[in-house]
Design a protein around this ligand. Structure first.
Ligand code: NCD
Length: 399
């Protein structure tokens, strides 16, 4: 197998409490060696001077639209966008057609991801059959097929009895439930109660309000096991954007007001938010460039996410920034990666603090709609290495 030597980068691996300028060798699909002045014999060498070398980033909330919506995205285009955005792993949501409520559909996604994907793909199974909110899925069968979490994302499980029953059936499985909470504050409060009652590992997707992060803080003080995530758009934009951009600015949960954006940023800084997640939700131009009432909700996020988190949170320390994108999502989902410890998977994200301007016309994602179009972001991906293979390399590093 190939070996890669990453020379002279600042290695930031919060899971190993490592932050130092060193060389890193990947061999046979694993981290083989970290040290000063490693010799290059036989390796593909990446000069990483002036860059940051981190455990491969994990986006735990993406919509790959596969199967069913190839006009929006496919596993091939979505994972190409992922590695361009610095992600070595993505977890994909089940609102496909057919939905990921059947072990055979999960198996097909994994097969296609191995054949056509540029990064690791971890399917998220549905909570209810057909995502219709009535009958719990067979969680054990879905987990056995490879589901790493369960969610009806895109929809809230409205009937709390169904949700409680589902959580009890899945209580002994490692894979957490991931709630899509709308109306947000009410459903966050409800799902925190169900998590406490059932002891199911629980994760709250795309939190966007000041009240929701307060509810999470209070629940944790009571000992509820819960984790949560924030998206680039909720950390950046307010609902003022709807007047400016119309349907392009539509997303679920919706953009909020300035107080909510400030509270969400504060919740990242104080550790209430555990993970960054893009909620990459690509749609066609025709579905987005219409009036707000008719526009499909969601944005293409994978290729702007890392730059956007950094721009929204310039005061966030590098180790915390890296943890929110690697160690934490790996731990929440129980998937490999999240560290550069010796023997860990050879998944590496190399990035640099350098400004760049978002041009959606260059996106590898089929979804070209993003509220970040034209924005200058402050952190850029330099290279993405998946299982020891360089899957993306910025032009300035191109050999
Ligand atoms: C998501 C999508 O398009 O799949 N859209 C979004 O605005 N986040 C689903 C959803 O959460 O509604």
């Amino acid at each position: 197998m190939s070996s890669v030597l990453i020379k002279g980068g600042r290695i930031v691996d919060p899971a190993s409490s490592l932050d130092a300028v060193l060389d890193l060798r990947l061999r046979d699909g694993a981290v083989a060696e970290i040290g000063a002045g490693l010799d290059a014999a036989g390796d593909e060498v990446l000069d990483a001077a002036g860059t940051i070398v981190a455990p491969g980033f994990i986006d735990m909330h993406v919509h790959l639209r596969d199967p069913g919506f190839p006009e929006k995205e496919t596993i091939a285009t979505g994972t190409a966008a992922a590695v361009r955005g610095g992600f070595t792993s993505v977890a994909c949501m089940p609102n496909t057609n057919p939905p990921l409520d059947d072990p055979r559909v999960i198996a097909a996604v994994l097969r296609d991801a191995r054949a056509l994907g540029s990064c690791h793909v971890y399917p998220i199974g549905a909570i209810t059959r057909g995502r219709r909110g009535r009958h719990p899925c067979d969680f054990e069968a879905l987990a056995k097929a490879g589901a790493v979490a369960f969610s009806d994302d895109g929809d809230t499980v409205d009937d709390v009895r169904v949700l409680r029953d589902a959580a009890m059936r899945a209580a002994n499985l490692r894979a957490p439930f991931i709630s899509h909470c709308e109306p947000e504050n009410e459903i966050v409060a409800r799902d925190l109660r169900v998590a406490a009652e059932t002891q199911k590992a629980w994760h709250l997707a795309h939190l966007s309000t000041a009240a929701a992060v307060d509810l999470v803080r209070e629940a944790r003080e009571r000992g509820v096991r819960v984790t949560c995530e924030a998206t680039p758009h909720h950390l950046t934009f307010t609902n003022a954007l709807l007047a400016e951009r119309g349907g392009v600015a539509r997303v679920n949960p919706p953009l909020r007001d300035e107080r909510d954006v400030a509270a969400l940023r504060a919740a990242v800084l104080d550790g209430t938010i555990d993970a960054f997640a893009s909620d990459h939700a690509p749609h066609t131009r025709e579905e987005k460039e219409v009036d707000v009432a008719r526009a499909a909700p969601g944005f293409s996020g994978l290729e702007v996410a890392v730059g956007a988190y950094a721009a929204a949170l310039p005061e966030l320390s590098l180790p915390r920034f890296v943890a929110l994108l690697s160690a934490n999502p790996a731990r929440i989902l129980g998937i490999p990666g999240g560290t550069l410890a010796i023997g860990a998977p050879a998944d590496v994200t190399i990035f640099a603090d350098r400004g760049w301007t978002v041009d959606p016309a260059t996106f590898l994602s089929k979804g070209k709609c993003t509220p970040f179009a034209g924005k200058v972001l402050s952190r850029a991906i330099v290279a993405t290495i998946v299982a020891g293979i360089v899957r993306y390399r910025a032009r300035e590093l191109a050999a």
